[in-house]
Ligand binder design. Structure first.
Ligand code: AMP
Length: 395
């Protein structure tokens, strides 16, 4: 049996997603998720050959889930097909500019970035150490969310605060979703017959977390997320960019602590905060269609802020060869795409209603008329990128 597949591991603070993928064609052999880790309700569920399975693992943490994962991979006869493990890592700081094989130095480098991603990087390290223990024969690689944005010029990543914070603590803009931008910009260029090394592509990655990026000649030159994923667009539960004095305002008027305000802006704001209903775009669209005013307002703010920030990113490109929508909202919501392109008419977008409705649910293509600046839908595939990077690194 050939070891052609890659095991993808994505450890969150209280969750662990996994998948086994063929890096040649992206075929997903198994996928699953463990949630509510380290609580009495912890569980793992997975899908294999169309069948769903689930096991409760009260109080289990990331480490214990690896034991179960090993059992499942053996039971499904997938274990012997795996050639390596690819870990998604949220923050690589300025240290990691591309994917790399796991070594002691790499582990140390991820540890050194913990102050930049205090919830995620420790979880990734547990995942890497558990994988070494449970899968000792397999090589491992790390693929960083921030790496693709390391090509941003200084003017795009320096905050206008005293420079010593950057010098001493690397306080700067980093950006996230880099793996998605790398995949989508290359795919968009391919679909349009453009030479990636001579292209100017805006990408809007709109999922529950959302950001946008300017990709010039295949390299990120600016993006909307910053030091953390809170900066930038309005998201499911995140506020996106706001006046930093909101912190002191909420502290002084409500007496909230720093931690409470951070929690409000990350988990109770965005679509959820404005609508008071849900963080789920689909649910908001349904409520808006039924006349719910705050749901309508949430969509209006979401689209206006998105259009305004995409317009800002156009400055970094100098021209727009294409605007690519991706992520759960970008790939499926014809309504959001329509509102955004209408707001961006000044850039020469002329949307086709027919094409916009056609390209949803995994269908990809251009959604603008002949003669228009191109807008399109591209289905992102971060797992495939991680699998391909890992396969290339392990040889
Ligand atoms: P992701 O984080 O990329 O999985 O995207 C999740 C987001 O995509 C959620 O806000 C979903 O409501 C949204 N989404 C998925 N399908 C649709 C749809 N058909 N219309 C609008 N939003 C959708």
């Amino acid at each position: 049996m050939t070891q052609e597949n890659i095991l993808i591991i994505n450890c969150g603070s209280s969750s662990l997603k996994f998948a086994v993928i063929n890096p040649q064609d992206g075929d997903e052999k198994i996928s699953g998720v463990a949630e509510r880790l380290s609580t009495p309700e912890a569980f793992v569920r997975w899908k294999f050959q169309g069948n769903k399975d689930m096991v409760e693992m009260p109080a289990a943490g990331h480490f214990e889930v690896f034991g179960k994962l090993l059992d499942v991979l053996k039971e499904t006869n997938l274990f012997d097909t795996i050639g390596g493990i690819g870990h998604r890592v949220v923050h690589g700081g300025e240290t990691f500019k591309e994917s790399c094989l796991v070594t002691d130095e790499v582990v140390q480098g991820i540890e050194d970035c913990i102050h930049l991603a205090p919830l995620h990087n420790p979880a990734h390290l547990v995942g890497i150490r558990a994988a070494i223990e449970y899968f000792p024969g397999l090589k491992q690689a790390t693929v960083f969310d921030t790496a693709f944005h390391q090509t941003m010029p200084e003017r795009a990543y320096i905050y206008a605060v005293p420079y010593e914070y950057y010098e001493e603590q690397r306080l700067r803009r980093y950006g996230m979703h880099g793996t998605s931008y790398r995949y989508v910009s290359a795919k968009a260029a391919e679909m349009l017959g453009l030479d990636l090394s001579n292209s100017a592509i805006l990408v809007a990655h709109l999922g529950n977390g959302a950001s946008a990026a300017a990709v010039l000649n295949g390299e990120s030159v600016d993006t909307t997320m910053g030091l953390t994923p809170l900066e930038g667009l309005v998201m499911g539960t995140r506020s996106g960019s706001l006046d930093p004095n909101v912190f002191s305002f909420l502290n002084k008027t409500y007496g909230y602590t720093l931690e409470e305000i951070t929690d409000i802006l990350n988990k109770k704001s965005g679509l959820l905060g404005i609508s008071g209903l849900s963080n789920d775009c689909r649910a908001i669209e349904e409520a808006a269609a039924e006349g719910n005013r705050r749901a309508q307002l949430a969509l209006d703010v979401f689209c206006y802020v998105l259009a305004k920030q995409l317009a800002g990113l156009a400055v970094a490109l100098g021209r727009i060869d294409a605007l690519a929508f991706t992520g759960g909202i970008g790939e499926n919501s014809d309504l959001i795409r329509k509102k955004v392109l209408e707001l961006m008419g000044v850039f020469g977008f002329d949307m086709s209603d027919e094409l916009n409705e056609k390209f949803r649910f995994g269908n990809e293509g251009v959604i603008t008329n002949e003669g228009s600046t191109v807008a399109m839908v591209v289905a992102t595939n971060e797992e495939l990128m991680i699998a391909q990077d890992t396969a290339a690194l392990i040889g």
